[in-house]
Design a protein around this ligand. Sequence first.
Ligand SMILES: [Zn+2]
Length: 329
Amino acid sequence: MCNNANSQIIEQIKNDLKYYKEIHNNTYSELKKETTNEKNIQEIISKKTYPEQIRKVNANISEINNIIFYHNLKNLTFKTYRLQHFNYLTKNNIAATYNPIENKIYLTKNWIDTDLYHELFHVGSTITFKELNIIASGFQYKNKTNGYLIGTGINEGYTQHLVNKNFGYDRRKSYLLESIIADKLEKIIDPEELKKLYLTADLHRLIEELNNYNTIDNIINFILEVDYVQNLIKLSKSKDDIPAIQESLLNIYYFLGTTYYNKLNSIPIMPTNIKNNEMKNFMNSLNKVTYPYSSEYIETSLHFIKNDEIGELLNQIINQNKQKSISIF
Ligand SMILES: [Zn+2]
């Protein structure tokens, strides 16, 4: 279990998210008033750098909810670094980044279209509360005053999932682990609804939706665990980190598995054999995760978790739920 996962922190996060719910709703109503029609948006896009790429992402966002995208797009600027030695980016091996305070996308000379699409999805899902020191981006919530940062893992994963789904995988296979986790959320929450929650920067409502099938504490633990494993992988320097990564992934898979199983159990007409088969596919597809980052000690084809361990986990989920009559709240 990750170090962050203790009840005191979870209580603080719960309170913080309640507070966020309030300010989010007020700010969002204000943003809504700005919304203009598609013709105006197209006009703004045509004056921007990279209109072609922005148009593609806009087409993808507009069909669900473009209120935040439109708001940020108006003053969005770009900065391209011709030199490779733009420290922050090159050190972290990323080709692009979005700074929500400046409302600016930074690109290194190595960027490709999928990098820009990824950052534009951040533009379309970020609300900045400058006076409050709060930034909400998709499923990430950052409160600088009290030092919170939660949801980076699932947020990057879902952002990349949108890129992969709509524009195809890039050659770098960016955020592969996180995007597979995010992809599973679409099995639990209706894809259109999930996208709407992301495009309205509503982590609070995401947790409420997941609460239909699991407890709030488990949900927050899961989100923190994805943040934890993402960091662990990013900073990992040796093979010694693999057991910790595996333990963390098993926690994440267990959460996703039980949550999905609880959802299947909420469908009264589903026969047990179909349900169990569905679960088997769900768990096996999780283990498509291979080490996504280039590293000298891990081959790209390595699976973190062995297939028989996934089978064990599946049995555990199904049998545990068989024993107790489902009471998840
Ligand atoms: Zn990102």
